[in-house]
Design a binder for this molecule. Sequence first.
Ligand SMILES: [Zn+2]
Ligand SMILES: [Zn+2]
Length: 236
Amino acid sequence: MKFYYDLHIHSCLSPCGDMDMTPNNLVNMAKLLGFDVIALTDHNSSLNCEAAMKVGEEVGVVVIPGMELTTCEDIHAVCLFPTLEKALKWNDYVDSHRLKIRNKPEIYGRQVIMNELDEETGEVEHLLLPATDISIMSAHSLVKEYGGVCLPAHIDRDSLSILSVLGEIDPMCEFTAAELADKSREEELRRLHPILNNMKIITDSDAHYLENMREPESFIELDELTREKVLDFLDT
Ligand SMILES: [Zn+2]
Ligand SMILES: [Zn+2]
C-alpha cells in the first residue's frame, strides 16, 4: 500500500517555527492535506512530539517523533524514532551536547512547549538553533544507539546541508537515506553524487508555517503503516 508522508515539519517549539504551528494545527493540517504519516522535527528538540503524537492518535495520522539535529559542522540531519521514549532519551543526549545560549524571543522567536490541547506548558530557555558538538560522521551511528534513523536533511539546499558544507556524502557516515527539498532535482543529484544510488531518497516540506505544508507528493510502499516499518524502510 502507498502511504503519503512528510517527515520534516517544525512546530512552535522551533524559534523559527510560526506560533500557529501548534500540535493540533499541524497534525490536523496534515490530515486535511491527506498525509498518512508525518514526523515532527524541531531544531535540536523533541519536546513537542508527545502532544503531536496524541493528536495524531485522535485524528488518524501516524506521527513519528523526531528532531532536526544541527551537527558541529552546521549540517542539518533529520532524526526519527520508533517511540516517544527513545526520542526523549535522544533529546536529553542532545541537550547535554549543545551550547547553552539564552534565547532572545524578540529576536529569534519563542520556543513553546504545548500539550495535546495546544495549551502552553513551558518554554525552552536556551536557543535551540546553534550547532551541537555531534559530528555528521557519528550522527547516524549515535542515533541508531537510540533505536532511530538519521538522514542528512535538504541536501539540495545551498546552506546547512551536507553537500553545501562537505561537497559530498562520505560513505563513512553510513547514511542509508537522504532528504531532498525539491523532488525535481533527484535525477540530477543522483548523477552528480552516485552514492545516492545506494540510498533511499525522500522529499519533505520542512514546513515552519501552516501555509508551507504541501500537498502530498511522495509516498512509501509498505504492507502496513507503523512507525517501525517506516524506520525500517529508511534504514535498509
Ligand atoms: Zn534544516
Ligand atoms: Zn527543518
